[in-house]
Design a protein around this ligand. Structure first.
Ligand code: FPP
Length: 261
């Protein structure tokens, strides 16, 4: 991915103690970074605020994370915004999140244009409120020609449902005589996932200290490096992001073999 190193240095000019851009190896920036954004509710509760205000603060953190991804030269940046299980939250919170997704997307379109970011969605969008769906479609249409970073938002996403759907698609093709069962291999299945065409994540970050995958990208994370921080999502900033990437660069990725990548 192209990267403007001058902009990157400017972006990271005022370093807090303990983290420095100098520790970053620009040759080994992960191609695909994915984040499970967690802790909005706790962030708000700790401040005596309503959970909804935690989500609003989470939008600011997400905007910064998108910009950071672009500055670092990441090719694909994906985030888990709403799971198939999140419908179980109080209706008021679900409504607020759907509203936030739609308004955020409209508000951030100028940023996506300015940074040449192409949008993509992971998940079953059919079940979303009509306004949210229409806005998502507008986002897809307006950024379709962008050639920079892909920003993938997982909304109404569940990994098991995604894999079951891929199996269903394959079965239909076999039944229609379009596919030989012997041709069903890993790439045939990958091509029928919501992430078709995207590289698997190199780095998965989870905020708020939880050590769970929560039904996120189970297939795609097979060889991904995990980084968990206690920082709650609204407090996750460019420096936390940099710490995660530097930690990733310190790992030895062997993909099951013995050779250091
Ligand atoms: C987790 O906090 C976060 C979410 C449910 C995802 C929603 C993310 C945002 C609103 C950030 C902006 C995203 C977009 C796409 C505009 P939590 O409620 O699970 O926190 P808790 O575990 O502390 O309760």
């Amino acid at each position: 991915m192209r990267r403007d190193e001058e902009k990157l240095r400017e972006y990271y000019a005022e370093a807090p103690e303990g983290v420095s851009l100098l520790d970053l190896d620009l040759e080994r920036v992960p191609r695909h970074v994915s984040i499970i954004m967690d802790g909005n509710g706790r962030w708000a509760t700790a401040r005596g605020l309503d959970r909804s205000q935690g989500h609003v603060a989470g939008v600011d953190a997400l905007r910064e994370a998108v910009t950071t991804s672009v500055r670092l030269g990441v090719d694909v940046f994906s985030v888990y915004a709403f799971s198939t299980e999140n419908w179980r939250r109080p209706q008021r919170e679900v409504d607020l999140l759907m509203h936030l997704f739609a308004t955020t997307l409209v508000n951030e379109l100028p940023l996506f244009h300015q940074e040449n970011v192409r949008l993509r969605f992971l998940g079953d969008l059919e079940a979303l409120p009509e306004r949210t769906r229409l806005v998502f479609q507008r986002g897809l249409d307006e950024t379709a020609d962008h050639t920079g970073m892909v920003f993938a938002l997982a909304v109404n996403y569940g990994s098991r449902a995604e894999i079951a759907r891929a199996a269903r698609l394959l079965a239909r093709e076999v039944a229609a005589g379009e596919l030989d069962p012997g041709d069903i291999d890993e790439s045939a299945l990958s091509e029928r996932l919501y992430t078709a065409g995207l590289p698997d994540p190199d780095l998965l970050i989870r905020t708020s200290g939880e050590l769970r995958l929560s039904n996120y990208l189970l297939w795609q994370l097979a060889y991904t490096e995990f980084y968990v921080t206690d920082t709650l999502w609204p407090d996750f900033d460019r420096w936390e992001y940099l710490r995660a990437v530097i930690a990733y660069q310190g790992r030895s990725r062997r993909f099951g073999g013995v050779v250091r990548s």
